[in-house]
Design a protein around this ligand. Structure first.
Ligand code: SF4
Length: 238
């Protein structure tokens, strides 16, 4: 068995274990390349793991088009969670539409309204959640474990692709003809909200285009943070 087959086998085993031992469980898809690998594995195996995405209201049309591509390919409708409209209106009225460029605090406040609060709603009532995070994506993810205790949400969090490289992800996508975000072919290795994501140059860090105006150590959206600080999640397995 070559390396990619062994990675796929381990990931399939992790997903099957989540479906068997942690039901109900959900997969938080950002609709990026990594998440399409997990989407393909979950839907092909018909695992009872619900897939949702956070429609922040600031996504690129190319990102939202992935939702339609998944429905066309697999006949599966990804659930979309949207921010509280009153909270968005209040933030914009008080700070302006793009206040997240002004400070880390303003950026985390925007992510809090558009991502963290909807994520809490999407996770409520589940025993575990799944992400497409990988260790090699950034300095903030270098110690990422496959299985963690997510104390903030009171459940187990799985990162089944923790050991996958970017090359592994693309080898899988090409070998299995998995649909993916068209922005990946336009210099966007990592994709978030449109105003907070830019294309990167060849050789740049894969997350260099996310919140590019900030220090690399603060580059998380808050989905894995509590009260504006990165959570030190306790690892229980690798
Ligand atoms: S990524 Fe940018 S636009 Fe999206 S929620 Fe965070 S600060 Fe707001």
């Amino acid at each position: 068995m070559n390396e990619i087959d062994s990675l796929i086998g381990a990931t399939e085993a992790t997903l099957a274990r989540i479906a068997r031992d942690f039901s109900p469980a959900v997969f938080a898809s950002s609709l990026a390349a990594e998440d399409m690998v997990l989407t393909d594995l979950i839907l092909k195996a018909r695992l009872p793991i619900g897939i949702f995405s956070l429609d922040t209201g600031r996504l690129h049309p190319e990102t939202l088009a992935v939702v339609d591509a998944v429905e066309a390919r697999y006949g599966y409708a990804i659930a979309l969670y949207r921010p509280n409209a009153q909270a968005v209106d209040a933030y914009v009225a008080q700070n302006g539409l793009n206040a997240f460029y002004d400070s880390v605090e303003m950026r985390l406040a925007c992510c809090g309204i558009r991502k963290v609060e909807p994520l809490g709603r999407a996770l409520a009532g589940n025993r575990a959640w799944v992400t497409g995070q990988r260790r090699s994506q950034s300095t903030t993810r270098a110690e990422l474990a496959v299985e963690e205790i997510d104390a903030a949400h009171g459940m187990t969090k799985f990162n089944p692709l923790a050991a996958w490289s970017e090359e592994d992800v693309w080898n899988y996508i090409r070998a299995n003809d998995v649909p993916y975000n068209a922005l990946h072919d336009q210099g966007f290795p990592s994709i978030g909200c449109a105003p907070c994501t830019r294309a990167v140059q060849p050789g740049e860090d894969v997350r260099a285009g996310r919140w590019w105006w900030e220090n690399p150590d603060s580059k998380e959206c808050g989905l894995h943070m509590v009260d504006g600080k990165l959570i030190r999640i306790k690892s229980v397995a690798t």
